[in-house]
Design a protein around this ligand. Structure first.
Ligand code: DQQ
Length: 548
């Protein structure tokens, strides 16, 4: 196949060709970051799934290795699906993944590195005692997959979760083991919800604020043996809903003795809960990075063009920029921010400051190429008194609200924000914007949206409007920040310093290469001000180029 480069990303992770989906087994080992991912070595659609493998010293430049895990034994002959890495106390990494057996049953297998002194960990050995977890005891063999990283309890048992369902109920099934070989199912799942199948569960500790700046650091589950550390953590449970293709998380407490997880009050526990990302972001997985003591989140962003388009392009799927993730000071949500390493890609810089954008005005940010860029902007709102009244019924569904009030629908405070990947004549453009509403007791609600309705001339492309609320006290701050990573067919935005994130895939026909422009717009009645806007062209890192 000819590879169509037009909408390929420059600094978002992707292999040179073919289909990719879920990130698998991310970890740091002997100075290298490892990323495995679901990959079809034969084409640009899902199928023939293996674990492709890339390594990096900095999460920016990636070197592709041969697939690490691929069908080779009866217990995975029909596919090597998603799974996770666990670092054993001896320093040995072990992969646990879902294999598809000759009966199309989903089973869990382990694989160990063949040669521990090879930092690349190129070869993986699957012991003959696999599968080590089979779908028995009432488990649905076609809904039993995606084992998490294991954690070690005070009772000297390993534990891990496997995603599953019973009827309409999604499950995080809990298993325990003394030796990582013989696993026993617990009597009750760690957690469940009436949402359909739970794919790719993730369960990990986060540091609580405790008055220090250190809450941004990650927590290694191994540290939890220290009681003082264990007291200062909360837990995050994330699930990927097969039905809606969205992910939800809660923050809560976990009782080691009873193996129960209880979400904190205020966390809606099912399909209207908080999301890592309100856009195209799925099957995510986090890992603890001991090198910088942080937790890093990887997530897959699917294409939103058509399958024939993907075949024509010769590739499909990217990984979002890895994000550092931590608990907000009040413990009400997670904050995510692109790993600091990507700043090393920043090249030509332009900036704008103290520029008022009056009602129905816009301006272009010139002097740089925005098609592959990083844009940070702070907007100030002079007058919140005119903000439109918020209807509490809208709280349940920001996406529906944004669909009704897209970027072209005038408002009072907002819509204001960026038009990215825009044609010079604005016939193509993707809007990333805010709207501010007034609610009871002089409180406000801030909505962040991504409206791709006008992103492309191509009529077949799926163009959902994505949106989430931003938990800020706008009456107090009077400003709101936005960072958007633009990369040919990706628009990845972080509102209010990473409180609300939205990733979208768009396929402009005209706004490509040097013809992609960046604008600031205000389609509300109230003036807004760009306090500061910084934009950088982004260099192209070494991205899995085939070895010479
Ligand atoms: N993708 C994998 C499964 C997982 C799904 C198969 C989520 O293991 O449940 O490619 O995208």
């Amino acid at each position: 196949t000819q590879i169509d480069e037009t909408s390929r990303t420059g600094y978002h992770f992707q292999p040179p060709k073919h289909w990719i989906n879920d990130p698998n087994g991310p970890m740091y080992y002997k100075g290298l970051y490892h990323l495995f991912y679901q990959y079809n070595p034969k084409g640009a659609v899902w199928g023939n799934i293996v674990w492709a493998h890339s390594v990096s010293t900095d999460l920016i430049d990636w070197t592709a290795l041969d697939p690490g895990i691929y069908p080779s034994k009866p217990f995975d002959i029909n596919g090597c699906w998603s799974g996770s890495a666990t670092l054993l106390p001896s320093g040995v990494p072990v992969m646990m993944y879902t294999g598809i057996d000759p009966d199309e049953h989903q089973v869990q297998n382990v694989a160990y590195p063949k040669n521990l002194s090879d930092p690349f960990l190129r070869e993986w050995v699957k012991p003959d005692y696999n599968p080590i977890i089979s779908p028995d005891g009432g488990i649905n063999a076609s809904a039993f997959r995606d084992p998490t990283t294991a954690w070690y309890g005070p009772d000297r048992h390993w534990r891990l979760l496997v995603g599953s369902k019973v009827g309409d109920k999604g499950l995080a099934v809990l298993y325990r083991s003394r030796d990582f070989k013989r696993w026993v199912k617990a009597h009750h799942p760690l957690h469940s919800g009436l949402t359909g199948m739970w794919e790719c569960p993730d369960f990990f500790p986060v540091a609580v604020h405790g008055g220090s700046r250190h809450h941004r650091r990650g927590v290694d589950t191994a540290e939890l043996r220290d009681a003082a550390v264990a007291e200062e953590v909360k837990y995050v449970l994330k699930v990927s809903l097969d039905l809606t293709r969205y992910e939800y998380y809660t923050v809560g407490s976990y009782d080691h003795a009873t193996d129960r997880y209880t979400p904190d009050a205020g966390f809606p526990d099912n399909d209207y809960g908080l999301r890592y990302d309100y856009g195209d972001f799925y099957a995510s997985k986090s890992f603890y990075d001991p090198a910088k003591r942080r937790r890093i989140l990887w997530g897959w962003a699917n294409e939103s063009d058509t399958v024939p388009d993907d075949r024509k392009k010769g590739w499909a799927g990217i990984q979002a920029i890895p994000r550092k993730l931590w608990l907000s000071p009040r413990g009400k949500q997670l904050i995510q921010w692109p790993v600091e390493e990507i700043k090393a890609l920043r090249a030509k810089h332009v900036n704008v400051s103290d520029k008022v954008v009056k009602s129905d005005q816009y301006f272009e940010v010139t002097g740089f190429k925005s098609v592959q860029s990083d844009v940070e902007v702070a907007f100030a709102i002079k007058d919140l008194s005119k903000a439109e009244q918020f209807n509490p019924a809208w709280l349940r569904d920001p996406q529906a609200l944004c669909k009704k009030r897209g970027a072209r629908v005038t408002g009072e405070v907002g819509p204001f924000g960026l038009w990215v990947l825009a044609a010079g004549d604005l016939t193509e453009r993707t809007a990333v914007f805010f709207r501010v509403f007034k609610t009871t007791g002089s409180k406000h609600v801030v909505l962040m949206c991504n409206d791709p309705t006008n992103s492309t001339f191509e009529s077949q492309v799926y163009r959902p409007t994505f949106a989430g609320f931003v938990n800020v006290d706008i009456a107090q701050t009077k400003t709101i920040a936005l960072r958007t990573l633009i990369d040919h067919s990706v628009v990845e935005s972080f509102g209010a310093g990473g409180k609300t994130c939205i990733l979208t895939r768009v396929y402009p026909k005209k706004a490509v290469g040097d013809d992609a422009h960046l604008f600031v717009f205000n389609h509300g009645e109230v003036d807004i001000k760009v306090v500061k806007l910084d934009a950088w062209e982004m260099k192209t890192p070494k991205m899995n180029a085939p070895a010479q």
